[in-house]
Write a protein of this length. Structure first.
Lengths: 114, 155
């Protein structure tokens, strides 16, 4: 695995409240590296997260809002955050206790190293 | 809603759901010998016939290649282009092998297609044995009767 991929995943996995971190192909929705955390299928989470990110980007552009750089999904028991650089979507699954502001900054910073 | 038809009733709901969830443009389910069981998104019997013949040939080639390279047949295939992709996977219904061939554009991804194919495969796994899943006795006659059932007789 590429060192830059490992570095991004390590940074996200160290973040408090992050239960899973993955790099997913933006075009094919396939997991490049990482995992979705205990008890979660990474292929399922990766495919759905990449699809969500892509569709949100399209919706934002269609609504005249410009390019969506960061997507956050709030769910009952946690959060899904995604951002992208080129063809790679960076996905983090976080618990409800995670500091999302800090996680967002970490993800935006980490993706620049890809 | 994409128009389609099935010749086997047990296939209708799983295939319809697969097409809707995965957002593929076209999908066809067939026996490995080319007999069509159901389709969504195709506009003519000739298109289905061509797709089934090619899918059966690709499946046979892939299996043989898999056997020769690693001793085990390949069970899936993906070919991706800039704007379109094709996925083919094997599943079983009532103990008989089936193939699903799906074509998708940028509305979907390989990851999504694989994800919902797994659900489709699980749904078909619960189908009990019936005459619908029997192997055909005569390839050409069965293919024609399947296409007639889906599109009406070709004039």
């Amino acid at each position: 695995m590429s060192a830059s991929f490992e570095g991004v995943l390590a940074r996200l996995q160290r973040h408090r409240g992050v239960v899973g971190a993955m790099l997913v192909g933006a075009d094919d929705g396939m997991v490049i590296a990482g995992d979705a955390g205990p008890g979660h299928d990474p292929e399922t989470a990766g495919a759905l997260a990449a699809s969500l990110f892509r569709r949100t980007r399209i919706a934002a552009a269609d609504a005249g809002l410009g390019e969506a750089d960061f997507v956050k999904l709030e769910a009952e028991r946690g959060h899904l955050c995604a951002t992208a650089r080129g063809d790679v979507v960076v996905v983090a699954l976080a618990s409800i206790q995670a500091n999302l502001g800090s996680l967002r900054l970490e993800m935006l910073s980490a993706k620049e190293t890809l | 809603m994409i128009a389609g038809a099935v010749s086997a009733p047990w296939l209708d709901a799983p295939l319809r759901r697969f097409v809707q969830d995965s957002r593929v443009q076209r999908a066809v389910v067939l026996h490995p010998d080319g007999k069509v069981l159901g389709q969504f998104g195709f506009s003519s019997a000739a298109e289905v016939m061509t797709a089934c013949a090619l899918a059966a040939a690709i499946n046979a080639s892939g299996r043989e290649l898999g056997r020769q390279l690693g001793g085990r047949p390949f069970l899936g295939l993906h070919q991706g282009g800039r704007n379109q992709g094709v996925f083919m996977g094997a599943c079983a219904a009532a103990g008989k092998e089936c193939l699903l061939l799906a074509a998708f554009d940028r509305e979907s991804t390989l990851g999504l297609v694989r994800l919902y194919f797994a659900e489709f495969r699980d749904a078909l796994g619960g189908v009990k044995g019936s005459g619908d899943a029997d192997l055909p006795r005569d390839l050409e006659a069965d293919l024609n009767s399947s296409l007639d059932a889906l599109f009406g007789p070709i004039n």
